[in-house]
Design a protein around this ligand. Structure first.
Ligand SMILES: Cc1cc2nc3c(=O)[nH]c(=O)nc-3n(C[C@H](O)[C@H](O)[C@H](O)COP(=O)(O)OP(=O)(O)OC[C@H]3O[C@@H](n4cnc5c(N)ncnc54)[C@H](O)[C@@H]3O)c2cc1C
Length: 424
């Protein structure tokens, strides 16, 4: 089997190949960030911009987790529409989260511009595609809810959807002009590089192995070194790996796989998603479609392409592509990779206190580019400057628990495998 570096399109095609050293000495710092994804890198950038001393410990390489594996759709808000968020959190708290994340694409695209991050940023919106009459009804309801918060979204009919996608497989689409697409690994690495250029100390291959608070400061062991910090952000999310002394975030795991073709011909590019919108559909076991800058079509779906259902998921992707874009039927996939999505029971992100001056943020439930950037930035400000009101949601003081998480993870993978096996 080939390595993730050659199978993951984002890793294979990245231009920013800056490496960072392993931590090799004892360090004292204001803020220690564990995990170098969107959350940790955004927090480090904000801290460094505010002239704080900040250290990032990444167990693997920057963007190793969900941030370097995702679809690259920079969406506004969460999967759960506003009324669902309010139902879970109440009016005030629900609107706080909804409002904070509605403008998340502005935060992401402004950062990309301000820091000059080269990440194939394309702000031409996204299309949520109706796969069936039930999906169209769902989109109409999302439109109604979006209009209540003045979201500039638009429902497209089947004809306009076919024109924009190059496919007549859909009954309509919800277009969100606030959104866009990026090369997610480049964005993540760009955030870390900007943080480093502003004074952050970034370390790769440096797992936080032991994490405790001694009553006055955080003490973290990594590569046989001791790091002491006044403030700690645990930003390990769905890729949390053993921090003895400190329990990690709790979530249900969903694997999501992607399949990228060779670059399409110029004629195909002119027909298939010519505007470059990123897409996903309304099916319960959803699919995503997007094109990257080289003109590769990237098909995504729930399921683990490295697991027992690998062949089933790969065959499904080929069938799905042929069904949606018949002219690409039979086109081989050059890249196939998967990532772990950290889902919470209510599909809402969690910001949880883990001790004095310590926070963990996780569970974006498949919507982490905007939320990770915003939560990371605001978590750094909450820790360093006590600006807790700037957080998109209230910090909870008790651990977040996810009952039966192993069974629920198994249910998602088994369900996706069955649906993919049976779909024709
Ligand atoms: C396949 C897939 C598709 C997705 N598509 C989209 C999308 O299109 N749009 C969107 O908005 N969101 C999407 N998401 C969600 C999004 O990618 C995640 O929510 C986001 O990447 C989470 O960022 P993070 O920084 O919190 O965590 P991660 O990116 O997972 O980073 C956590 C980091 O912590 C490190 N780490 C773990 N343990 C330790 C330790 N002990 N010491 C040091 N470091 C440690 C890991 O190596 C990892 O790099 C997708 C996710 C996946 C998996």
């Amino acid at each position: 089997m080939t390595s993730d570096a050659t199978r993951n399109l984002w890793r294979a095609t990245r231009q920013n190949c800056d490496g960072y050293p392993r931590v090799s000495q004892d360090i004292c710092t204001d803020l220690l960030v564990i995990g170098g994804g969107f959350t940790g890198s955004s927090a480090a950038l904000e801290a460094a911009r505010s002239s704080a001393d900040v250290v990032v410990l990444e167990a693997n390489t920057i963007g190793h987790g969900g941030s370097g594996r995702n679809v690259g759709l920079v969406n506004a808000g969460l999967w759960v529409p506003p009324e669902g968020i309010i139902k879970q959190l109440g009016q005030t708290e629900g609107m706080r989260l909804t409002t904070a994340l509605a403008s998340a694409p502005d935060t992401v695209f402004d950062l990309i511009e301000r820091e000059g991050i080269e990440c194939e940023a394309t702000r031409n919106g996204t299309l949520h595609l109706a796969h069936a009459p039930s999906g169209l009804r769902d989109l109409k309801d999302r439109l109604r809810q979006g209009k209540q918060i003045d979201a500039p979204i638009q429902l497209l009919d089947a004809k306009e959807t076919a024109r924009r996608t190059g496919s007549d497989a859909f009954l309509g689409a919800l277009f969100d002009p606030r959104a866009g697409t990026i090369q997610p690994l480049e964005y993540c690495r760009g955030l870390a590089k900007a943080a480093k250029n502003k004074g952050a100390k970034v370390f790769e291959q440096s797992p936080a192995q032991h994490v405790t608070h001694d009553g006055s400061e955080w003490i973290v062991r990594s590569n046989e070194n001791t790091l002491r910090a006044k403030h700690l952000l645990l930003a390990t999310n769905g890729y949390h790996a053993g921090t003895e002394g400190q329990s990690g975030p709790q979530f249900v795991t969903i694997r999501y796989s992607q399949f990228a073709t060779a670059p399409m011909t110029c004629e195909q590019r002119a027909r298939i998603l010519p505007g470059g919108e990123g897409c996903w559909d309304t099916a319960m076991v959803m699919s995503s479609f997007r094109v990257n800058q080289e003109g590769r079509l990237i098909v995504g779906g729930i399921g683990d392409c490295d697991g027992r259902g690998a062949t089933i998921h790969a065959r499904w992707a080929a069938r799905k592509m042929a069904e949606v874009f018949p002219e690409l039927s039979g086109k081989a996939f050059d890249y196939t990779w998967q990532g772990t999505i950290a889902m919470t029971g209510d599909h809402l992100p969690k910001a949880v206190r883990i001790g004095p001056n310590g926070l963990t943020v996780f569970g974006y439930s498949g919507r982490g580019i905007g939320p990770g950037t915003v939560f990371g930035k605001q978590a750094a400000r909450a820790l360093l400057f006590d600006e807790v009101d700037g957080m998109p949601s209230t910090i909870t003081e008790t651990p977040h628990l996810e009952p039966f998480k192993f069974l629920r993870s198994l249910y998602f993978e088994t369900g996706a495998t069955l649906v993919h096996a049976l779909s024709r």
